[in-house]
Design a protein around this ligand. Structure first.
Ligand code: C5P
Length: 231
């Protein structure tokens, strides 16, 4: 067994059989899975407890944006399922992030990650909702707020990782989705947006979805990602 817990595989499926099939095929090599709103809503929380029972870590990507009392309740429920990471929206402000962090204290293995600006949002989208800052500035602003609220880290696009590592220091978790392998040569692996480039820039974890889960051979694709980190 040669695990690499820096790689989190996103189980973006709409049924349990498909999720189980990927986990079975990856076997002992993959230790960390992301369960998002699609899979959770389609199949229910048993998918989380089953993964934990198999010795896996679970990043439960709840993207919480609610009143603090409801955020706290959802975090406690995630902790009771055995999740290791839960996401909360930084745009909800310090109150909801602090509520999430407080609720996680009963679960020593549970860490709270803040989402700053959703990667699909442009400067124009931010202006539409009354945010005058460009996305890059807003990401840093919300990350600093998340840090003050006690969050254990942030979700960051490959583009923002380096600035966030500088702003948050060495201890913060920086989890980076939106990474893909462009090719198999070492130089390709160092290009922006690859898992290797994200980790080199300061990410603590990368989230890989379709690159692995839609591959004809998910285990081979996972190994390709893992080997790319060692190049
Ligand atoms: O694109 P891929 O299938 O690797 O996406 C895996 C996960 O990363 C998705 O569940 C999504 O939540 C997240 N993602 C993101 N921003 C992107 C691309 C993907 O947050 N630009």
């Amino acid at each position: 067994m040669d695990e690499d817990s820096r790689i989190i595989v996103a189980l973006d499926c709409d049924n349990r059989a498909a999720a189980d099939d990927i986990v079975d095929r990856l076997g002992d090599e993959c230790r960390f899975y992301k369960v998002g709103l699609e899979l959770l809503t389609a199949v229910g929380p048993d998918v989380v407890t089953s993964l934990v029972a198999r010795g896996k870590e679970v990043f439960l990507d709840l993207k919480l944006f609610e009143i603090p009392n409801s955020v706290a309740g959802a975090v406690r429920a995630a902790g009771a399922l055995g999740a290791s990471l839960v996401t909360v929206h930084g745009m909800g402000g310090r109150g909801i992030m602090a509520a999430a962090v407080d609720a996680a204290r009963d679960f020593p293995a549970l860490r709270i990650l803040a989402l700053t600006v959703v990667t699909s949002m442009t400067d124009e989208d931010l202006a539409d909702i009354g945010v005058g800052n460009p996305a890059e500035e807003q990401v840093l602003r919300l990350a600093r707020l998340a840090d003050k609220a006690g969050c254990h880290g942030v979700i960051a696009s490959p583009r923002d990782v380096a600035a966030l590592r500088g702003a948050l220091g060495a201890g913060a978790l920086i989890v980076t989705p939106g990474v893909t392998l462009h090719g198999e040569s070492p130089s390709e692996h160092a290009r922006p947006g690859t898992p290797r480039a994200a980790l080199s820039a300061g990410a603590s974890h990368v989230v890989v979805g379709r690159t692995v889960t839609r591959a004809t051979d998910p285990a081979a694709a996972f190994r390709l990602v893992r080997n790319s980190l060692a190049v």
